[in-house]
Design a protein around this ligand. Structure first.
Ligand code: NA7
Length: 550
């Protein structure tokens, strides 16, 4: 039997859950299809020791319900993975979301039936669901990157990826553990694993900048002050380029307009605040390579102060500009390398060649291991979308269309794929912002759009090719004014062998949100709107007014 809904939402992560809530408000019927056995997306899968959000908990939370904001009590500056999952459970109950979510249901294919204006959604189990609209809430960091290393299947011990951590406890005590990867996940898990394992080998290819998280119990006075005016707090954060931390605006001054002593004092102050705030110490850090080099030097100095062995400190010192890869937030990360049972292995100069039954062999030597942890990241932003065979009008394949990099209008719609929305898709600010803000903005925009289409009796909405083309230029021009494209990051797809390098997220949240609001207010400029006359299978196009991004 085929189920029919107005809307199918793919994914029950934080985006899918808010989207379900918004769709219900429109009066349309919805079903959420989720591959996992529970809700929470990233926070369902990333259960590795030490997993914690790197956005402050007062900000990394839903803003669609004042009651929810008031009643939920975050306990720490940065919420741990278990605390976020408890929050997800509360939201599911509070808004009675569970009854519309189907777990253990991996979507494998989507096909659009143009005359009927319907999508058929196919699942791994062979079931089909039909819907007018499909909303992809598949996440930006949900398709794990497990590097192809020869001999992996021969390893006699356990292998885990941080993004697919088992639900059962993993006992690392007394074990020889290898962690491959030193991005955010590696930086969070390495200090915790070091305390459990007998010996820890960290296989580092590129040193990342790790700033102190300074996680601590949430200050009750701050919590009370925020709750006294949560709406104002959200509004001020939403006006920031990264949609967050408005309590600490970027110092507009150039680093070159102050003395060396003032500069060091400012760096110290922002380092002491913790989190990514060091990048806000001066206004030109993310645009001027010379300004960026000064703050990068400051961090390298900190690493030399903390790490006792100068050779290890040198290896841990990043060489690329700071901030062009996402900075990591650590708790005792650099200090961990002072432990006698923690060993840093440089796999940039001597790459991993093979996994053997006993462990890892690099070009420089063999490492005997009981457990290998891959903290090797994700096929970001497009991986989860393209793992599904999405076929639009005339059986156009999204994989083919995006083979030279993702193309989208506003990161929300793709020409040739009518009535398909991508939440926090490539071309939208997404991972360059607090994801909860990006999710809120997309969920409310899509919800309003569905209401508009229903009220106007419009059957089909589809991004135009012109709008998509102009938007693509806008995304790359905006990135080009920053240092973001200057190093090999997952923002560019550079971490996945063979993936075309295109800077995927859009820099600057507030201008983007304004543009989306203008598009909607102008009758969905840049989208073609169509009424289907089902009797005659004729079409009536409702011309959009404008299609160029501002
Ligand atoms: P990241 O940030 O992509 O980090 C992955 C790490 O794994 C990084 O150090 C990579 O080195 C390393 N890596 C990847 N493949 C290999 C191979 N084959 N050999 C050695 N090392 C490898 O992923 P995370 O999960 O840490 O964080 C992702 C985001 O999640 C993060 O930004 C937060 O937003 C939350 P490389 O730098 O490619 O040389």
């Amino acid at each position: 039997m085929t189920d029919c809904f107005d809307v199918v939402i793919v994914g029950a992560g934080l985006a899918g859950l808010q989207m379900l809530h918004q769709v219900r408000r429109t009066g349309l019927t919805a079903r959420v299809l989720e591959a996992g056995g529970g809700a929470g997306g990233t926070w369902y899968w990333n259960r590795y020791p030490g997993a914690r959000c790197d956005v402050e908990s007062l900000e990394y939370s839903y803003q669609f319900s004042e009651e929810l904001q008031q009643e939920w009590e975050w306990t720490r500056r940065y919420a741990s993975q278990p605390e976020i999952l408890r929050y997800v459970g509360h939201v599911l109950d509070r808004f009675d979301l569970r009854r519309d979510i189907q777990y253990h249901t991996r979507v494998t294919a989507l096909g659009y039936d143009e005359p009927a204006g319907r999508w058929t959604v196919r699942t791994e189990a062979g079931d089909e669901v039909v819907a007018r609209f499909v909303i992809m809430a598949t996440g930006c960091l949900s398709s794990a990157n497990l590097p192809r290393i020869a001999g992996r299947e021969t390893f006699a011990g356990e292998i885990h990826h941080t993004g697919h951590w088992p639900h059962e406890p993993v006992d690392l005590s007394g074990k020889r553990v290898g962690v491959v990867g030193t991005g955010s996940s590696g930086v969070q898990t390495i200090p915790v694993i070091a305390r459990q394992a007998a010996e820890l080998y960290v296989f580092q290819r590129t040193a990342a900048y790790t700033l102190p998280a300074r996680d601590q119990p949430l200050d009750p006075r701050l919590r009370a002050a925020v709750k006294a005016d949560y709406a104002g707090f959200r509004e001020r954060n939403n006006a920031m380029p990264t949609a967050g931390l408005s309590r600490y605006p970027t110092n507009p001054s150039s680093v070159f307009l102050v003395s060396a002593a003032e500069r060091e004092a400012a760096f110290e102050y922002f380092w002491g605040l913790g989190g990514p705030l060091l990048l806000r110490s001066f206004g030109d850090i993310m645009s001027d390579p010379a300004a960026n080099a000064l703050v990068a030097d400051f961090v390298r100095g900190k690493i030399r102060q903390i790490v006792k062995d100068p050779e290890v400190a040198a290896l841990l010192s990043p060489k690329q500009p700071i901030g062009c890869k996402r900075v990591c937030l650590g708790t005792g990360y650099y200090e961990t390398f002072n432990r006698p049972d923690v060993h840093l292995v440089d796999v940039a100069s001597a790459p991993i060649e093979e996994i053997t039954p006993e462990g890892i062999r690099t070009a420089a030597g063999r490492y005997r291991l009981d457990v290998i942890v891959f903290a090797t990241g994700f096929d970001a932003m497009t991986g989860a979308l393209l793992s599904i065979d999405i076929r639009g009008r005339d059986a156009l394949s999204l994989r083919d269309m995006w083979s030279a990099g993702p193309r989208s209008y506003l990161g929300l719609g793709v020409p040739g794929f009518p009535n398909l929305f991508t939440m926090t898709g490539p071309g939208s600010p997404s991972v360059l912002t607090n994801m909860m803000v990006a999710i809120h903005q997309h969920a409310t925009w899509i919800g309003d759009c569905l209401t508009y289409l229903t009220d106007q009796d419009i059957d089909v909405i589809e991004a135009t090719g012109e709008a998509e083309h102009a938007w693509g230029l806008h995304v790359s021009e905006t990135a080009g004014r920053t240092l973001f494209p200057s190093c090999d990051s997952w923002y560019l797809g550079a971490n996945i062998p063979g993936k075309r390098r295109v800077f995927m997220p859009l820099v600057g949240f507030p201008a983007y949100a304004r543009r989306c609001a203008e598009v909607a207010a102008g009758g969905y400029q840049g989208f073609a709107l169509t009424r289907l006359d089902r009797g005659r299978l004729a079409r009536e196009h409702i011309a959009p007014s404008r299609s160029q991004p501002s």
